[in-house]
Design a protein around this ligand. Structure first.
Ligand code: AMP
Length: 590
């Protein structure tokens, strides 16, 4: 097949913004494409060579592309750069340059025409060549194409090779076109889409359809190693509306604020994919070994959220703390040790050879509970099944205190299948709409401590901190403090607190947390935090702002200042924290 056919279709597509027209042009193209290369044509219309999850991308650096253009056209690099500036895009610049050149050579009988196969082959070699000498090789491969190309073809070749084709054709438009080109009926579109949702590879679907018809597409099954398009959640503005929409009863899960991970565990090893279906396996070797250890079956596909945790306080941390792992090949081991991630699983899509996506939510959850052994690195999403608004609201507060964004409600009816690739009301998310950022430092009293883990073995992992309630003359807990210490300070903590150690919780301390060590309230430390949240766990100002809730400080950090000048009764009071909370409430912007 001639590449000219593709280039001309691109040109027509660029000339319209109407989806229907675009679809028609694609249908025309697909119909005249030989079955053997229909997958390649499908990828090329997306400016790609493979399905995204394969991870092989075109994206030749502009500098190299310019070199190739210079060689192919004989125009000096400086001039090419000028043209690039003028046209704003190298593709258009090349088209123009070649137009001039070809006019001059009109009678040279250069008659070999570019085929799709040839273009794809050279693209593939460009994408795959690495190591020494690869730059020259890539340039050569591109020059070869440009020498054979018409100006129009050259434009699209350059754009594609730079990874900038951008015709604006959505995957769904290609599915439309495929269904029309090879379709027998309207129902087919749905079948094609379902296949794409569980096997998001346009080339694969195109070929199946062209070769085997709709029956072939119906037979596409979930496969370990092929990522499934993620199910997404709708949104409603209040928990009341959510409960009503769910028919008065639903499961409510913590909405973890980390990175979505789809884990495929099979005989040929474990693979991890992001929500956008990129392969993440090499960035999270710790998640790979954790899921391998936790999963007790033969093979399975799991959906979950990976969240970094503070090993000593158990606090969930912002995902940015591990996002620098992305794209790294080296030094990952050290990062893993310092900030491990926990995988919170909330769904199972495949189990021991069986497709689980067609089973209702409760059945999938039961399968998770049965086949996943809980470990420190693999947990199931925290959840309740409830019809009681008070209970749900309390659970929501707890989710926020624990570092989550809110809740995801899940339908528990028979219809609650896993709808790959869909955003519907089977899942409804509810995020908090306000936040209390902490502007001031606080002076808090140490009332207890927790044993350290990992690098902190032998010393304290965190101190239990309290505010003072002058009316009740007692100390009410508000956070676990584990950050802001130097290594020396950490090592010295046990000795320092030795003289205040007591057997049991001090009578003037109100705590519902069981500390490993209890102290006489004496030492005051200056602490800053990121925000104040409502807290079902901590006792500080309980029932004052909201019934059943106290206040907690998130991400507390020691400023380095010991307030020796303050007695524990001069510490920040519970009333002051209530004031801070009320005065600093802010809407959360989306
Ligand atoms: P959003 O990104 O705001 O549309 O929210 C949806 C995202 O929440 C999903 O893509 C997941 O990454 C994440 N998430 C966290 N916890 C859960 C959960 N328990 N169930 C479903 N999604 C969750």
């Amino acid at each position: 097949m001639l590449y000219r056919e593709i280039a001309e279709t691109y040109k027509k597509i660029e000339g319209t913004t109407k989806r229907l027209e675009m679809t028609d042009y694609l249908v025309e193209l697909l119909k005249k494409t030989p079955v053997d290369i229909i997958d390649k044509v499908a990828y090329l219309t997306q400016g790609k060579l493979y399905a995204d999850y394969v991870g092989i991308e075109l994206g030749l650096a502009e500098k190299l592309t310019i070199k190739a253009v210079t060689q192919a056209t004989g125009i000096a690099e400086k001039r090419v750069n000028e043209m690039l500036r003028k046209f704003g895009d190298l593709g258009a610049a090349v088209e123009e340059a070649l137009k001039n050149k070809k006019q001059m050579r009109l009678f040279s009988f250069e008659s070999e025409e570019l085929t799709v196969e040839k273009v794809y082959e050279n693209f593939e070699k460009i994408a795959k060549s690495e190591g020494s000498g690869s730059q020259e090789k890539k340039i050569k491969l591109l020059v070869e194409l440009l020498n054979l190309a018409t100006p129009l073809e050259a434009k699209y070749i350059v754009r594609t090779v730079e990874g900038k084709l951008r015709l604006g054709i959505a995957d769904m438009t290609i599915l439309d076109a495929l269904s029309i080109a090879f379709g027998e009926s309207k129902e087919m579109r749905k079948i094609v889409e379902r296949a794409y949702n569980i096997h998001p590879d346009l080339g694969f679907i195109a070929k199946k359809l062209a070769k085997e018809g709709i029956e072939g597409v119906k037979n596409i099954k979930i496969q370990i190693g092929i990522p499934i398009r993620a199910m997404l959640a709708e949104r409603l503005p209040s928990l009341e509306e959510i409960l009503e929409k769910m028919g008065g009863k639903a499961a409510f899960e913590y909405k973890y604020d980390g990175m979505r991970i789809q884990a495929h565990v099979g005989k040929n090893g474990t693979k991890l994919y992001s929500r956008r279906l990129e392969n993440l396996t090499s960035q999270f070797p710790d998640v790979v070994s954790a899921i391998n250890e936790a999963f007790q079956g033969e093979d399975g596909i799991f959906d979950g959220e990976a969240v970094p945790v503070d090993v000593n306080t158990g606090e969930l941390l912002p995902f940015q703390m591990v996002s620098h792992r992305r794209g790294r090949k080296y030094g990952i081991e050290k990062m893993i040790e310092e900030i491990p991630v926990v995988l919170f699983l909330f769904d199972i899509l495949y189990l021991n050879g069986e497709d689980m996506t067609t089973k209702p939510y409760e059945e999938r959850r039961k399968a998770l509970e049965k086949w996943i052994k809980r470990t420190p690195r693999v947990q199931l999403a925290h959840r309740i099944v409830s019809e009681d608004m008070n209970e749900i609201k309390k659970f929501f507060n707890k989710a926020i205190e624990d570092g989550c964004e809110g809740l995801v409600a899940k339908n528990i009816g028979e219809e609650s299948i896993y709808r790959a690739g869909a955003r519907e009301f089977l899942w409804i998310k509810y995020k908090r709409d306000y936040k209390v950022e902490m502007a001031d430092t606080t002076d808090l009293v140490v009332v207890g401590a927790f044993s350290g883990k990992g690098r902190r073995k032998g010393t304290y992992g965190a101190l239990l901190m309290a505010a003072y309630n002058p009316e009740k003359d007692r100390f009410e807990t508000v956070c676990k403090l584990g950050s802001g210490f130097t290594d020396e300070q950490l090592a010295a903590l046990p000795k320092m607190f030795e003289e205040y150690k007591i057997e049991k919780k001090h009578p003037r301390v109100w705590s519902e947390l069981e500390a490993d060590y209890w102290f006489v309230p004496k030492i005051v430390m200056e602490v800053v935090g990121a925000e104040i949240t409502l807290s079902p766990t901590h006792t500080c100002a309980r029932d004052i702002v909201e019934k059943g809730s106290g206040l907690a400080i998130r991400f507390p950090r020691f400023t380095g200042r010991w307030r020796d000048d303050k007695s524990p009764e001069e510490a920040t009071t519970t009333g002051e924290l209530v004031e801070m909370y009320r005065n600093q409430i802010k809407k959360v912007k989306e």
